[in-house]
Design a protein around this ligand. Sequence first.
Ligand code: ACM
Ligand code: ZN
Length: 538
Amino acid sequence: MKSSLSLLFVLLGLFCHGQNLIPRPERADKREGEFLVAKQTEIYSPAFPDLFDYLNDHIERVCGYRLAAGGHRRSIQQISIEKHEGGLSEEGYLLDISPSRITIRANDRGGAFYALQTLFQLMPVSVYRPDAAQHAETFAIPCFHIEDAPRFAYRGVMLDVSRNFSDKAAVMRYIDWIARHKLNTLHWHLTDDNGWRVEIKKYPELTSRGAWRGPGEVLPPSYGSGNERYGGFYTQDEAREIVRYAADRFITVIPEIEMPGHAMAALAAYPSLGCLGEGYEVPSVWGVKEDVFCAGNDSTFRLLEDVLTEVIDLFPSEYIHIGGDECPKVRWKACPKCQKRIRDEKLKDEFELQSYFVQRMEKFLNGKGRKIIGWDEILEGGLSKTATVMSWRGSAGGIEAAKSGNHVIMAPNTHCYLDYYPTRDLENEPRGIGGFLPIEMVYALDPHEGLNAHEREYILGVQGNLWTEFIAELDHAEYMLLPRLAAIAEVGWSYDRKDYPDFYRRMASLRKQYDINGYDYGKHMFAADSAATAPAGR
Ligand code: ACM
Ligand code: ZN
């Protein structure tokens, strides 16, 4: 009887903890016992010294005290973060929790950082209470042996700050959500028709004029800005601060400077860069605009090169996103300068002119040691071998690009557009842009769909996109992102993740952390019938 009871507890332990992590680790073995964190516990972190503070900040939030740094000692309870020489892949880690010691081993700082995220998830939920500092003198972490590494190197979220502006503090909060889910990239959509959001010293009007819209147009309140003057931008110092804040959380910030379309804010600031040369306003209403950068005008390229020169100075990312989506060709068709460019460069049509535009900017950025990412329209009219395609109009563009040997990030609107409604019951929902994207659908994304083993190597990873036409407030953004971000995270991180019911069960634990942190998140997946109605195998 006693032994079957203890077997039951072992099984319960497995059920309660072993599978409760999100994203699901490659391997997690529950072991007997627990490690007790107490005041005399030490942290030993010679290889990743800044993680000493990161871990201690967390401990302080939950217990109200900081742990001391210790030399490597077996005689004392330690949390030890060590460099692992060889054998672990990038961002991978080993996490061994025994009653006397917690040992983290990683090749790189990313792996060590993610081991800490896993450790935080294993801490009992009670320690996450805002008032926990008064209660948690000590707390127990269950013993485990975990071996883990991400499936994809690129795991991102796109944040549109043009349609509605998020200030620096809000962007930092986004970064915290991203880090908690072991995602490693913030794709920062900094420019669009409805506002230019980053200071460019050489062209001050981009922000003095291009960052502001209205007053004038009468808008429904759902557009956030109403018909008031509305806007904002990041100074270069603020952008640098955000890049640093993200880097501390192992997140790369990739800036997007949109071209040749979605350029109204820039044209309002510098009208000579458009085919008509005058009459542009920063529009309050979003959409695909016919006015785009003139591709026949050399000053367009001069300005964009100058802008990118400042941008690469702010952002150390390997990639710069240059947009490329939704560029109507009406103005180019009627513009003598654009038509002259087509003739001079012996281009076939306006699609090849777009390709000329993109490739010219790519050459410029390559010359500065950077690579480009563009939305999947950059395939139209011909693509260089070195551009990375972000597939958004479904997965087809990504599949085509991977088959032709280009790197790809999968962000198809069929699975990754987090501004779509998470439910069909719209009565009590905050505003979405339309569509229907329940978390089961997000989870069902297979970034390798339609590709053979060789072609799969071109898939860098996945990304969730948060466009903000109708998302003016941070809690609304939080609601749209969570918990669907957890599904993006698992698609990007976990190898073996066909099992939606298992994901659903593990979400119960992450959900408690959302609750205790006061996060505003969609509850639809937890409705009684949601798992039951999830299509089998999703
Ligand atoms: C996009 O959603 N227009 C990339
Ligand atoms: Zn033109």
